[in-house]
Every structure is written in C-alpha cells, then in structure tokens.
Design a protein around this ligand. Sequence first.
Ligand code: FAD
Length: 334
Amino acid sequence: SGTSRTVISRNFASSCARLNSTLAFVETSGKTITPSSLSALTAATQLGKPITAVLLGSDSAEAASQLAKSSKINKILVSKSEKYDHYLPEEVSPLITNLLKDGAGDFTNFITPASAVGKNLLPRVGAQLDVQPVSDIIKVISADTFVRPAYAGNALMTVKSKDKQVLVSARGSAFPPLEIDEGASVPIEEIEYVESGNITEFVSEEIIKSERPDLGSAKVVVSGGRGLKNKEEFDKILNPLAAKLGAAIGASRAAVDSGFCDNSLQVGQTGKVVAPDLYIAVGISGAIQHLAGMKDSKVIVAINKDEESPIFNVADISLVGDAFEVVPELTEKL
Ligand code: FAD
C-alpha cells in the first residue's frame, strides 16, 4: 500500500497544482448531489478561493457531470471505486488525507457538509493530519474564521483556526444550496482508489422510505410532540396537514421516545437541525433542546393548548387550542 500511495500522490501533486485553494467533499445520494453538500459548496464559495470538488463512489460520475456545469467550481476529482460506496470513513479518510497532504500549500481549506457522513469523516481526517477541525459552522467570516453554535445554540462562538490547513464542516440549514448555473464546463479528473488497510465492512442499511420530502431540506415542516398522545393520533392529525402543504414530518424527542414515529424524524439538539420557510409545531412544549433544531426557521407556527407553553416565545404565529380540533379544521380550510 505504501507503493501505491506514492504513485498516486504524484498524480495528485500534478493534478492539484492550484495555489491556496479549497477542497470540497461532495456527497451524493443515488446519482444526485445531496442538499447538504450543495449548502456546503455555497459555504465553500464564501471562503473566496478556487474550489476543487471531490466526489466518490460508483454513482459519482453522473453527479460530477451535473456539478461540472457550475461556474463556481474550478475542478472536479472523481473516484468511481465501489469501495467508496456508503462512505465508510475508514475508506474515505485516507484518500482525503492524501489529497490534503500531497496538495500541501495548495489546499489550504477542506470543507464537508455537517451530515452524518461529514461528521464521521472530518474528525478522522483531522486526527490523521494533526489538525483541529471546526465543526458545524453556520457562518464564514473569513477563510480561517467561522461562527459555530454551542450549548444547543444558546451561544454562538467565533472561532479562528491557527492551523495551516483549515478543516470545517458546514451546517446545511445555515447556507442556501449552491445553484448550478450551467455556465461552465469544469474539467473532471479521475483519481484512483487509495489503499486504506480498512478491516471494517459495510453490511446493510435500513432507510425509512417516505413519500414526504426529506426533513433536512424541506421548505415546510409539520412537527408533532407528546401532545398528540399516540402513534395513531400523530399520523391522523399530521399526515393530512403535511400532505396539503407538501411538507416533511418532524417530531420532538418525547414523540420519538413514545414510539409515535421513527427517530430519523427527531428535530433538535440530538436530532436534525432544520430551517425551513415554515415550521408548524403541534403539541410541542418548546424545550431548549427542541428549539436548538428549529428556531432558525423563517416562520414558526405553534399550536398548543397551554398558552404558557415556551414554544410561543419563539413562534411568529401562535394558536392556543386543542390540536385534535384545530388541526383538522386548519387542514380542511387549506
Ligand atoms: P412535552 O414537553 O410533554 O410537551 C407536550 C406539549 O403538548 C405541552 O406543551 C402540552 O401543552 C401540549 N399539548 C398536550 N395536549 C395537547 C393538545 N390536545 N393540543 C395541543 N397541545 C397539546 N427534545 C427534542 O425535541 N429534540 C431533541 O433533539 C432533544 N434532545 C435532547 C437532548 C438532551 C441531552 C436532553 C436532556 C433532552 C433532549 N430533548 C430533546 C428533550 C426535551 O428536553 C423535551 O423533553 C422534549 O422536547 C419534549 O417534547 P414535547 O414538547 O413533545 O413534550
């Protein structure tokens, strides 16, 4: 493996001869770029340096050709090796580390979405390069200075990296997705698999299939809490409203823990962070851990029978009432 790394590194060194640039990790789902990666690419443009995007896995070529139309990207690297399918960090991090090491002086910045994949990859790359990553940034101040939340979003810290290479992950909901302007034809270069010595193996995954839009990127989210009593009522009250609005369904942790829905729908500090145009919270009290996942939504509607409920402190539109009466009425009127 030592030999193959040396050979590949020469290729990298010649292919990445770009001073002071950003390497952006772009995740795909099927043949398309994930919304959180498009958001991370917007953050990458704000670093103000030429961008090399890297896409991995057997489906990556098609996504790369979509991205190649963007005038915001300067170069695309693709490895179609199926070893990169499922993005095992043990496989992906040696390749990223190699690119960053061999492009020393070239790639000053590395960015990944703060998705499950990005969160899995970034610390590993940081450890391999002995660099302190800055995770979950919500604002770029300059190429080495960022704003990131702490204490479930109750404090915002401004962090300046002193490392030679700056590694960050970008929170999807904090940056609009990159719009691919179809104004360019960016060169795509194929790169080889980097031997990893990995001994872990992908076995299987169970993904909840839903007709509703993806929670992380939906423009409208309808969320339910413990106030909806049980799974049957949760579905009966929320599904018709979500269908009317073309919304994703979310939930509080209490709703998830009570078995009303799958835990992939949890919004909050230990769930997903969303910032849709419209967030409707039904029977959710508004604990800080829930607010951490939705308070940046553009318009917040809260429906709760308790007028003292803290959710009303962050709501733009407050409806005090029994969800079992007002939500069906609202759905009917819509
Ligand atoms: P409750 O607090 O029980 O509120 C139910 C609400 O429904 C009440 O306000 C009530 O007035 C209202 N209600 C009842 N009946 C009706 C009705 N008929 N019509 C209208 N309204 C009604 N929580 C999260 O959500 N996400 C997280 O990621 C998360 N992470 C956490 C991490 C840690 C470390 C900890 C300690 C906690 C975390 N929590 C999280 C849990 C959080 O503290 C709250 O317990 C949880 O959010 C409460 O959920 P809820 O609002 O659905 O339930």
